[in-house]
Design a protein around this ligand. Structure first.
Ligand code: ATP
Ligand code: MG
Length: 302
C-alpha cells in the first residue's frame, strides 16, 4: 500500500532540488526556531479551508521548511487529505500511554494535554516531504458541541503548542466551519488567520461575520493576532459573478487579500480523494501552480 502510494510521488518541476527529510525527535527541536502558526478558518462550509491547509502545508514542506498540518475538524478531511486516518489518533494514544486503553479513546485528547509529552506522541510523519500531521479525532465533535473548552485545557493546549513550535517552521491548523469553540481555541494560539473566500455571491456576507470575531479577539485576549490574508478560492474566470466578487474583495480589502487566486480545478478535488496533496497528484495542474504561488507568497511574507 505504502509502496504503491510512493510511486505516485511526483516532484514539482519548479522545486528543482529535493530537500533532505528531517526527522522529528522530541529531544532535537529546530535550534532557536519558533514555528509560525497559521489557522485557516471561516464559518462558511466548503470554501476551501481544508484544501488550502493541506496544499499550503505540503508546498511549504517541498520548499524545504518543516510543516505540521494540525487537523482540528472532526470531519477529518485534512487527515484523509494526506492519506491518514482519524482513527490513528486513538491508536497512537493507546500505543503511547496504555492507560488510555482502560479509559477508552474518548478522553485521549484531554488526557494528552495533561501529559508531559503533550501532543508530540500523536504527530505522524507523512510520506510527503517535510510534512507532519496531527490527525483529527472523534472526541473533537464533543468539544465542538460544548462550544468552549474549560480555561484549564485552553492554557494547556497553548503550552503544548508552544512546544510544537520549536519543532516546526510552520504549523497550519484546519478548522471546522464555525466560529465556535474549536476555531476560537485555534485562534487563541495562532499568530495569524488565513480566511479562504469562495468567489461566489455570499462572499462579502461571510466576511462580515468572521472579521468582527477576529477584531474582538484582537481587542481582548489576542492583540497580536494578525490576519495573514484573505484567499480567493474556486475562481472560475468565465463566470461574471466570480469576477465581480474578486473586484469587490480587492477593492474593499486591498491590503488584506492575497495576490494569488485559487482557480476552480477538479484536480484539487480528485487529489483530496486520493489522499495526496496536489503536488504529488497532478503537479502541472492549474491547482498545483496556484498553491505553489500561494506558498511563495506566504513564505515571502516571512
Ligand atoms: N479550487 C478548487 N477547485 C475545485 N474544487 C475544490 C477547490 N477547492 C476545494 N475544492 C473541493 O470543494 C470541496 C470543499 O473544499 P474544502 O473541503 O477544502 O472546503 P472546507 O472549507 O474545508 O469545507 P468544510 O467547511 O466542510 O470543512 C471539496 O470537495 C474540495 O475537494
Ligand atoms: Mg474542511
Amino acid at each position: 500500500m505504502v509502496e504503491e502510494k510512493k510511486s505516485k510521488r511526483n516532484w514539482h518541476p519548479l522545486f528543482d532540488r529535493r530537500p533532505p527529510t528531517k526527522h522529528l525527535t522530541a529531544d532535537a527541536p529546530l535550534q532557536g526556531k519558533l514555528g509560525r502558526c497559521i489557522t485557516v478558518a471561516s464559518q462558511k462550509g466548503g470554501v476551501g479551508k481544508t484544501t488550502t491547509a493541506v496544499n499550503l502545508a505540503a508546498g511549504i514542506g517541498l520548499a524545504g521548511s518543516k510543516a505540521l498540518l494540525l487537523d482540528l475538524d472532526p470531519q477529518a478531511n485534512a487527515t484523509s487529505g494526506v492519506g491518514e486516518s482519524k482513527y490513528t489518533f486513538a491508536s497512537q494514544a493507546q500505543r503511547s500511554h496504555s492507560r488510555y486503553l482502560e479509559r477508552g479513546k474518548n478522553s485521549a485528547f484531554l488526557e494528552a494535554l495533561e501529559m508531559e509529552a503533550g501532543l508530540l506522541p500523536f504527530i505522524l510523519e507523512t510520506e510527503f516531504e517535510n510534512l507532519w500531521a496531527f490527525p483529527s479525532f472523534q472526541e473533537l465533535s464533543d468539544l465542538q458541541l460544548i462550544g468552549s473548552l474549560q480555561s484549564k485545557y485552553i492554557n494547556k493546549w497553548k503550552f503544548h503548542l508552544e512546544v510544537l513550535r520549536k519543532h516546526f517552521d510552520f504549523i497550519l491548523m484546519d478548522c471546522p466551519p464555525s466560529l465556535g469553540g474549536i476555531p476560537t481555541l485555534a485562534l487563541s494560539s495562532s499568530d495569524a488567520v488565513m480566511i479562504p473566500v469562495q468567489c461566489e455571491y455570499y462572499a462579502m456576507e461571510g466576511l462580515s461575520q468572521i472579521l468582527p470575531v477576529i477584531e474582538d479577539l484582537q481587542a481582548t485576549s489576542r492583540p497580536d493576532l494578525k490576519i495573514a490574508g484573505l484567499l480567493l478560492t474556486m475562481y472560475a474566470s468565465e463566470l461574471e459573478l466570480a469576477n465581480e466578487v474578486v473586484g469587490e474583495i480587492q477593492k474593499y480589502f486591498p491590503r488584506l487579500v492575497y495576490r494569488t487566486i485559487i482557480p476552480r480545478d477538479v484536480a484539487l478535488a480528485e487529489s483530496a480523494s486520493h489522499g495526496l496533496p496536489i503536488f504529488y497528484y497532478q503537479p502541472l495542474s492549474r491547482g498545483a501552480w496556484s498553491y505553489l504561488e500561494l506558498t511563495r507568497e506566504v513564505l515571502g511574507h516571512e
